[in-house]
Design a protein around this ligand. Structure first.
Ligand code: SF4
Length: 715
């Protein structure tokens, strides 16, 4: 018999929650005693994640308990950082922002939204009201160092920036993957917890996975076929596959033909991209390109998926457009096993607050780059601060994120932030970015607030809905992110002479969205066996509710004019013409990023259990490239680009394509003034001290982080 529990010891309780550390949104089972977390496991009953978790999930406990996590507002003073009370902090922030807006106009305040704001629903429901008060065109986010080309193509082709077509992974027979490593990430713009077992199921039903990557990644390891590709060559490969499909009359859009326009222009645009011309640009033999195109067109159900690796390159928009076209012209769109739209329970595409997007309504002041959806490319943020004149940014509001480490030429942005008149950061850490702030406002931990994932249900390979109560009550003197955003917004409004807005709580927003959504009482089919969805229903089902596999939804789901898919996007076709005329890429080393299952972004590096063991932030280089430069495995090397130089340990790796080197992002914690004890002990170097703010995707302005020309020299 077990020992009786002492009367004073709290009971062990089980709580079902969600992991919000990455896009996979895994369901979790917590065992807790009082405020002590005893264990974190995958929730077997979660309809989407089915018990899966990755090693990062246990870091939720580390983040919660982290002594470096800020719990009270901090203010910079001449004698260092000092805690302050919330009321004084709100007043100071509103006063300073209002003063700068009154003196210099709204554009004098820049706003940056970073990760993980998109994983916290209160942030999403309440940031817009504050942004409206700022009245600034200088809005930036992590979108333009990541998925901007994907959202832009969704806007142009399907009429809404969130209308992304997701691989129907559980039913496909041919999964063609470029620039993505879902074995490490569990999917991105494809929420796919338990990717490993889903690929096993693909193989068990006789399907194939082909991976194109300059590194033999973890995903390439479990693929049926892997091809190295020269960084930046993906557009050539995709256009050549389209060329083969058109030239050999393999296109078969089937029922999609009814909604497709402009295929003749597309056929003409891709005609110059023969496999023979693409071979030297990609490093893939012409016969392989031809075979891959034929296999893709002939597969029973195929889907092409390309993620960050193909977005953050010089022709990122062309890549994302070509991926859509491959799926469309082969009829692998809006069909089981192809690329499909999801039907989320709270549908941001179909809600009253829907924001389809807009492009080029205004341009950045200095370089003239176009806005998309109200945001400018973050690559121009530093110059907008550093260049004097009307509209110069003098103050910043950062909401999560760490752009000093995550945007191109981070060292330049570091210098720019240092000269701001005022900066306020919503963040739980004093990190490389927030160390420039005058005030830091720390929201509650993810375990202290409730959660409904507003975004990633839209991108999941299976429809489901889940709401989770907080694991712990928030401490009395703590504020949720939405409370901070709301309070700053209201005080700022008052000081600017505007009407303060006090919207509903995030859970009320969700309840309304669920009830008026496709599974809510208003629109649910009368013969449905499922209860109508509302917040109450989800509270009664803490594991979540399965809403079934993805369903065909054309043309009703399209938000484009006349529900037509206009394939011949003028700016993309012009960029394809430019690509065709470019000379072959010059020889020399090219730099790419990489993802590790234990790291997502810089803010995870303060968890000892995620960073312990062998360092993972070395430069990977093929042995032949080491030998050619007389470099030794494990030696420090200097890596140099147009904008900077770093010193890092090099590691010999046959995973790498010869001529390509790789560094992960989010490291570089040795900067002064940071309060991240664990991360500083595993500092690494920042790849974004090398990336170049001038290297951009010409169509969208997205940062071209991959394929950067670098030199590697003995240190
Ligand atoms: S894959 Fe890992 S980090 Fe991502 S949601 Fe699941 S448990 Fe969390």
């Amino acid at each position: 018999m077990s020992e009786p529990r002492p009367a004073s010891e709290p009971e062990v309780r089980t709580h079902y929650g969600a992991c919000n550390l990455c896009e996979a949104i895994c369901g979790l089972e917590f065992k807790v005693q009082g405020r002590k977390i005893l264990s974190i496991r995958g929730d077997e009953a979660d309809p989407l994640s089915r018990g899966h978790i990755c090693p990062k999930a246990v870091a939720l406990r580390d983040l919660y308990e982290d002594p470096d996590r800020l719990r009270k507002p901090l203010r910079r003073t001449e004698s260092g950082w000092q805690e302050m009370d919330w009321d004084a902090a709100f007043e100071l922030v509103a006063e300073r922002l209002a003063g700068i807006i009154k003196a210099h106009g709204g554009n004098a305040v820049g706003a940056y939204l970073g990760n993980p704001s998109v994983h916290n629903y209160g942030h999403l429901t309440h940031a817009p009201a504050l942004l409206r008060q700022l009245q600034t065109r200088n809005r930036y986010s992590a979108t333009s160092v990541d998925q901007l080309p994907s959202q832009l193509m969704s806007y142009w082709l399907y009429g809404h920036q969130l209308l992304l077509a997701i691989p129907d992974l559980d039913r496909t027979q041919y999964f063609f993957v470029l620039g993505a490593n879902p074995m490490a990430s569990n999917g991105s713009l494809m929420t796919v917890p338990d990717f490993r077992n889903r690929v096993k199921a693909l193989h068990a039903r006789g399907g194939r996975m082909v991976v194109i990557d300059p590194r033999r990644s973890e995903t390439a390891e479990v693929a049926d076929e892997h091809h190295f590709i020269r960084p930046g060559g993906d557009a050539w490969l995709l256009l050549a596959m389209l060329q083969v499909i058109f030239a050999e009359r393999l296109e078969k859009p089937g029922r999609l033909a009814e909604w497709l326009d402009g295929l003749d222009e597309v056929r003409a645009a891709v005609a110059p991209f023969t496999p023979e011309r693409a071979a030297p640009q990609t490093g893939i033999a012409a016969e392989d390109i031809r075979r891959l195109a034929r296999e893709f067109a002939a597969a029973e159900a195929a889907v092409c998926y390309g993620r960050m690796g193909v977005s953050v390159q010089a022709f990122g928009s062309v890549c994302q457009w070509a991926i859509q076209l491959l799926n469309l012209v082969t009829g692998n769109f809006d069909r089981a096993g192809g690329a499909m739209f999801t039907s989320p329970a709270l549908d941001l595409i179909d809600s009253p607050a829907s924001r389809p997007g807009h492009f080029g309504k205004w341009q950045s002041r200095v370089s003239g780059l176009p806005e998309f959806g109200g945001e400018l490319p973050v690559a121009v943020l530093a110059e907008e601060i550093l260049t004097p004149g009307e509209g110069q940014i003098r103050a910043m509001v950062t909401m999560a994120g760490n752009p000093i480490l995550s945007t191109p030429n981070g060292a330049q942005l570091d210098r720019a932030f240092a000269q701001l008149e005022f900066m306020v950061s919503l963040d739980i850490y004093l990190n490389e970015t927030t160390r420039h702030a005058d005030v830091i406002l720390p929201p509650t931990s993810a375990l202290e607030h409730d959660h409904y994932d507003l975004i990633f249900h839209h991108f999941a390979v299976r429809n489901s809905a889940r709401y989770n109560q907080p694991l712990f009550e928030k401490p009395a003197d703590a504020r949720h992110d939405w409370e901070i955003l709301s309070e700053v917004g209201q005080r700022l409004a008052t000081k600017l002479g505007n009407k303060p807005q006090n919207g509903p709580r995030p859970d009320q927003v969700v309840d309304f969205g669920l009830q008026s959504g496709p599974y809510g009482a208003a629109r649910r089919s009368p013969d449905s066996s499922m209860p109508p969805l509302s917040l109450k229903t989800l509270k009664e089902h803490p594991h979540g509710i399965d809403l079934g596999p993805l369903q065909p939804s054309l043309p009703g789901r399209l938000r484009s004019e006349g529900q037509r898919i206009r394939c011949a996007v003028p700016l993309v076709l012009a960029d394809i013409e430019r690509l065709a005329a470019l000379p072959e890429t010059a020889a020399g080393l090219r730099l790419i990023g990489r993802r590790h299952v234990r790291s997502n972004n810089s803010w995870m590096h303060n968890s000892e259990r995620l960073v312990k063991g062998k360092p993972r932030h070395q430069l990977l280089m093929h042995p032949a490239d080491l030998a050619a430069r007389g470099l030794a495995d494990g030696a420090p090397v200097r890596v140099r680009s147009r904008v900077g130089e770093i010193t890092v340990e090099v590691q010999s790796s046959v995973e790498m394509m010869p001529g390509v080197v790789s560094l992960p992002h989010g490291w570089g914690h040795a900067r002064e003034g940071v309060r991240l004890g664990v991360a500083q002990a595993h500092a690494g170097v920042s790849v974004n001290d090398l990336t170049d703010e001038r290297e951009l995707d010409a169509v969208s302005g997205n940062a071209a982080l991959n394929g950067l020309a670098v030199e590697v020299l003995a240190a």
